[in-house]
Design a protein around this ligand. Structure first.
Ligand code: CA
Length: 442
């Protein structure tokens, strides 16, 4: 009797699988041994925090209750696994080392994807109804902190979808993991201590302190130190509650923007139209000029609107998220204040634009169009940046993302090579630069 074909395949698979999985099982053991060694080193690291915690007024009881038994959250993105696990400990297994390669990280998204009209319209519509529901409180807030309510509401929408996004992590675990093996360990070590201080002072319970992977908490995503510096009790119940009280969270955000230099008489920025073949290397906050000077260079507001006469002396800088292949903006210092909240041009534009949609019924679409641009894996852009740095350029952070310093360096190179000016990565330029660098190395 012959076996049906499907059963035969199954049988072959069953026979082969122990052989196939032997290697996989060994790799799994290796990872388990490695992780156990890292956890042991993490437990020591936690205990070593005690003197600093004590100096901040944290009691031994609060320290022990919250630090003992804390485990690393291996699922967090962008971790830097120690190699070896600890001095004299097992080396980093290959499977984990591979996870850290830039090629395994997502491509950087072209800016257009950030400004989906459906998302913008939905956020603005919800934002408007929140503005109506909270009108008296928001008016009081705006008076107190000189930050438009629409900006604060836009941040609330952007950060947590008005509180709808679940915070999946125990904040202490996420923050401790970032402090032990994240990209900015010193910063997060301090955040962990401040998180303990929050618990010590009973502003929140441990159960309330849920966070994103980056340790940000509450309706508007504050790190513990943000809460410590800017958290306010706005509803007057005696508690600064960014976790469960919307008006406290929103007022805390307004307070943080105000404290970091928000100018209440000024907008965040303007969408502008550039003259043809405009020199896109003029972008960036360090190339700010009075608005009147930009006007002389031919920069105009879209829809034939004039710049407000009383603002012509304000310093403003050019922001071109997609180089000359997308909408252009003149940004004020308030834009830089928004970037302190989240250090990204597209984030600041997003928040400013949603605020304009809420308060002025601005349409979701910009006047300028996002033209098609090429996508690149981050490690390719990172390599490109490394080569540019070796040639003496300042490209900002070498991170595989095209920030304004990388974008304008691209413009300089495009001019030098007689390529069409775009100030945005193109394979024509990236390939040429990388090819020359590898030819020079050989
Ligand atoms: Ca309160």
């Amino acid at each position: 009797m012959s076996l049906p074909r499907r059963a035969l395949i199954l049988l072959v698979l069953m026979l082969a699988s122990p052989l196939l999985s032997l290697g996989a099982a060994r790799a799994q053991d290796e990872v388990a041994v490695y992780k156990a060694a890292v956890e042991a080193s993490f437990a020591k690291w936690l205990q070593a925090l005690w003197p600093d915690a004590e100096a901040m007024g944290i009691s031994r009881a609060v320290f022990d209750a919250n630090v003992k038994g804390l485990k690393l959250v291996w699922a967090l993105p962008h971790l830097v696994y120690p190699d070896p696990a600890a001095p004299g400990g097992p080396p980093l297994p290959k499977v984990l080392a591979d996870q850290m390669k830039p090629s395994r990280q997502p491509e950087f998204e072209p800016p257009a994807g950030y400004f989906n009209a459906g998302t913008l319209n939905a956020l603005a519509a919800s934002g408007r109804s929140r503005m109506a529901q909270l009108a008296p409180q928001l008016a009081a807030m705006q008076k107190e902190y000189s930050v438009p309510a629409s900006i604060v509401v836009a941040i609330w929408g952007r950060e947590t979808g008005f509180g709808k996004v679940d915070m999946p992590f125990d904040a202490l675990s996420a923050i401790a993991t970032q402090g032990f093996m994240g990209r900015r360990p010193d910063e997060f070590r301090n955040e962990l201590l401040v998180a303990l201080k929050i618990l010590q002072e009973q502003h929140a319970t441990r159960a309330m302190m849920k966070s994103s992977w980056a340790g940000a908490m509450g309706y508007t995503q504050f790190l513990p130190s943000d809460f410590d510096k800017y958290g306010v009790d706005f509803d007057g119940d005696g508690k600064r509650d960014i976790w469960g009280t919307v008006v406290d969270a929103l007022a805390s955000t307004a307070n943080s923007l105000h404290s970091q230099g928000w100018n209440g008489t000024e907008t965040w920025g303007y969408e502008v139209k550039l003259p043809d073949k405009f020199d896109c290397t003029l972008q960036g906050p360090d190339k700010a000029l009075p608005i009147a000077e930009w006007v002389k260079l031919g920069v105009a507001r879209v829809k034939d609107r004039p710049f407000p006469q009383e603002r012509l002396n304000d310093q403003a800088f050019l922001v071109l998220p997609a180089g000359l292949k997308g909408p252009a903006f003149l940004a004020t210092n308030n834009f830089s204040v928004l970037k302190l909240y989240n250090n990204s041009d597209v984030y600041a534009i997003f928040v400013g634009h949603v605020a304009d949609m809420i308060s002025q019924n601005a349409p979701a679409e910009f006047v300028g169009t996002w033209q098609p641009v090429e996508s690149f894996p981050r490690d390719r852009i990172q390599r490109f940046q490394e080569v540019l740095v070796a040639q003496g350029y300042d490209v900002g952070k070498v991170d595989g993302l095209a920030g304004f310093k990388t974008r304008r360096t691209i413009g300089v190179e495009e001019k030098k090579r007689g390529l069409p000016l775009s100030c945005y990565p193109s394979s024509a330029l990236v390939n040429a630069v990388l090819k020359e660098a590898s030819a020079a190395a050989n």
